[in-house]
Write a protein that binds this ligand. Structure first.
Ligand code: NAD
Ligand code: ZN
Length: 250
């Protein structure tokens, strides 16, 4: 693995236009569960699979159950950015990293200090009343402590996260595609590349160097074609990125 990290270091040293494409595995070292690792949410006992609970229809039909899962697994208290989030902040400050495209909804990149973050699946940080569209931050939601959060008007509050059966925000997708298409180094990390259309966006990469970081070989077979020429680094994304030294070339 050291050999591959040296290769990644060289690629980063020689690039001024890096894009990072991440998934739930970027936040597991912060203590948030992903979906598909052996200790991920798919392997835990719930009455419904996570994809069912986190769907548009389920939200409206079983709002209470939706929020029970949401509070339990996604709005975990005291979660902090890890070494991966922090290194990406350094790379952005050095002018090397142009954008982070994330499938995560946890807001940890912004909390760490990253500026250009395209959140394909929205964020737990933004919430709106279904009735009057009033805006609420995550602290207001947390104050409901597991119960269905309601607006001052009595309406139910829905987080601005993209649930299954819902479409992605086109504006965010366009910006993400533009960043990916114009980058010369794309780092794909902590994602099983199973969730579409988000995962499919990496097909817009036309640059020279593609790097994939994953702790397991748990990448969706259908996506393997997209990453066949990648430098594959098997390891934890925080551990791998913490070994990178950010050199400012100018
Ligand atoms: P996934 O659970 O399908 O896959 C996670 C991948 O990351 C797996 O291949 C796993 O082997 C790998 N991984 C786990 N920990 C890692 C680490 N420390 N270093 C390197 N690799 C690691 O996740 P996905 O591909 O992002 O798709 C799941 C969907 O669920 C996404 O849409 C995402 O928005 C959502 N989700 C988000 C969060 C979050 O916001 N933190 C958490 C769970 C799920
Ligand atoms: Zn309201």
């Amino acid at each position: 693995m050291e050999d591959k990290i040296t290769k990644l270091q060289n690629l980063i040293d020689n690039s001024q236009n890096i894009v990072f494409f991440g998934g739930a595995g970027v936040s597991t070292e912060s203590g948030l569960k992903d979906f598909r690792s052996v200790d991920g949410l798919y392997h835990m006992k719930y009455d419904y699979p996570p994809e069912t609970i986190l769907s548009h229809s389920f939200f409206y039909e079983n709002t209470k159950e939706f929020y029970r899962f949401y509070f339990d697994k996604l709005l975990v208290d005291g979660i902090k950015p890890n070494a991966a989030h922090k290194k990406l902040v350094e790379l952005e400050k050095a002018g090397k990293l142009k954008a982070i495209v994330t499938q995560n909804i946890d807001g940890l990149h912004q909390l760490a200090g990253s500026k250009c973050v395209y959140e394909l699946h929205g964020t737990v940080a933004k919430n709106r009343c279904e009735r009057c569209r009033a805006f609420y931050n995550v602290d207001y939601i947390k104050s409901f402590n597991g119960d269905v959060p309601t607006c001052k008007c009595g309406g139910t509050i829905k987080p601005e996260v993209v649930l299954y059966e819902e479409g992605l925000d086109q504006n965010t997708v366009n910006k993400a595609v533009k960043a990916i298409a114009s980058s010369d180094l794309l780092i794909v990390a902590g994602t099983s590349l199973t969730v579409y259309p988000a995962s499919g966006l990496i097909r817009f990469f036309g640059g020279k160097n593609l790097v994939v970081i994953n702790k397991d070989d748990t990448i969706n077979n259908d996506a393997i074609g997209l990453i066949k020429d990648a430098l594959f680094i098997k390891g934890k994304v925080g551990e791998v990125l913490s070994k990178i030294v950010v050199n400012i070339s100018e």
